[in-house]
Design a protein around this ligand. Structure first.
Ligand code: NAD
Length: 357
């Protein structure tokens, strides 16, 4: 099928991507290329040992390690880390981790304009976007600005090898959601669609191999390739009902990020498949049909992904409020966002049932 569109605008950010096993060792070389000499390394507390390894390898080019990155980028932590970066006279940040750590690097860049080198260890895709979500006083806000777009990404399959299989699967489905929603985005282009289709194909081919053998570096590399493509789609086009539902469930009910994306994806795609049948046809094709939502549900089942919101800790009594929040100020969506239909979607996702259209 041709991806030609009669009208489109395609813009992509200027960023350098380096791919390959061992590419994490090129941080120093990348710093030299940009004339940088003093890196502040960022990780979560859980990945502090990885941060220490980076600092050791960088030697005098590392001025410190800040291992306080946390989910949803709390403003207080960002301000503490930005102050540390200035105090240590860092001239760049090196974020080693998943979306939470990348978010901290972006939050520092927003406050200091320091360049960012990101070394992703999950498939979340934040490294490929100019989007930053932050939380303060329990409220999550999102901004999009070129100031937070990372300059360099180093994708090294050896770093995702340590991602436990359960997190590997949910993180992959989180990435796939960017591509699936990118297919029907109003501001899509032939290029974003090409990347979305190739990203979904990469996960379809490689994720089962990673689940079967988490040490398969070639398959791990192919999933990272998928993550890059899906993240780039997220950075280029607008998202719709799926992301709105996940933000509602994460922001107002504290559900875990990647797991929530995993559960909601087949349901949100099924909700939209009648209104965007041609655009979603590649999903059914890639994952073996019969419909895009059903095909994604079967793939998630085969990968042993979580299938029910109740298993993530959401109470059935919260579904009404979730439907209210998710349908207030709706983003553009191919099918109108109707409260009663969204409430039915949430019921099926809560119970872990196959998606109903
Ligand atoms: P995460 O970064 O919160 O990581 C979850 C946990 O897994 C952490 O404890 C982390 O240390 C650990 N971990 C990460 N990689 C590991 C590895 N290889 N081995 C072992 N443990 C590892 O999770 P995430 O799903 O990558 O990111 C979620 C956050 O990213 C959310 O806050 C979300 O809003 C944000 N996000 C932002 C964007 C954007 O464009 N702004 C895009 C996607 C996600």
């Amino acid at each position: 099928m041709s991806l030609f569109q009669e009208d489109f605008v395609a813009s992509s950010a200027a960023m350098r991507v380096r791919f390959g096993v061992g590419s994490r060792h090129a941080v120093g070389e990348e710093m030299e290329r940009m004339g940088l000499a003093r890196a502040l390394i960022l990780t979560t507390p859980q990945q502090a040992a990885t941060g220490a390894e980076f600092a050791e390898r960088l030697g005098a080019k590392a001025v410190g390690v800040f291992s306080g990155a946390a989910m949803h980028t709390p403003v207080a932590i960002s301000e503490e880390a930005a102050a540390k970066a200035l105090e240590m006279r860092a001239d760049c940040v090196v974020a080693v981790g998943g979306g939470s750590t990348t978010g901290l690097g972006k939050a520092i860049a927003l406050r200091t304009d320091l360049p960012q080198i990101v070394v992703p260890t999950t498939y979340a895709g934040s490294e490929a976007t100019a989007i930053l979500g932050q939380t303060e006083d329990g409220r999550k806000t999102t901004i999009t600005t070129p100031k937070v777009q990372p300059e360099v990404i180093l994708y090294d399959a050896e770093l995702v090898r340590s991602l436990p299989v359960g997190m590997t699967v949910t993180s992959a489905l989180n990435a796939m959601a960017h591509a699936a929603e990118g297919l029907y985005a109003q501001n899509r282009s032939p290029i974003s669609t090409l990347m979305a289709v190739e990203g979904l194909r990469a996960f379809r081919d490689a994720l089962p191999r990673v689940v079967a053998n988490p040490d398969d570096l070639r398959a791990r590399g192919e999933t990272l390739y998928g993550a890059w493509l899906c993240g780039t789609v997220l950075g280029q086009v607008g998202m719709a009902l799926h992301h709105k539902l996940c933000h509602t469930l994460g922001g107002s009910f504290d559900l875990p990020h990647a797991e929530t994306h995993s559960v909601i994806l087949p349901h949100a795609i099924a909700y939209n498949e009648g209104a965007a049948a041609d655009l979603l046809a590649p999903v059914a094709e890639i994952f073996g049909g019969p419909t895009p939502g059903a095909a994604l549900h079967r793939f998630a089942q085969q990968m042993k992904a979580p299938l029910a919101l109740r298993d993530l800790g959401l109470a059935e009594a919260d579904l009404d409020r979730a439907a209210d929040i998710a349908t207030q100020n709706p983003d553009w969506n191919p099918r109108p966002v109707e409260r009663s239909a969204v409430r039915r979607l949430l019921q099926a996702a809560w119970a872990g049932e196959a998606p109903a259209v």
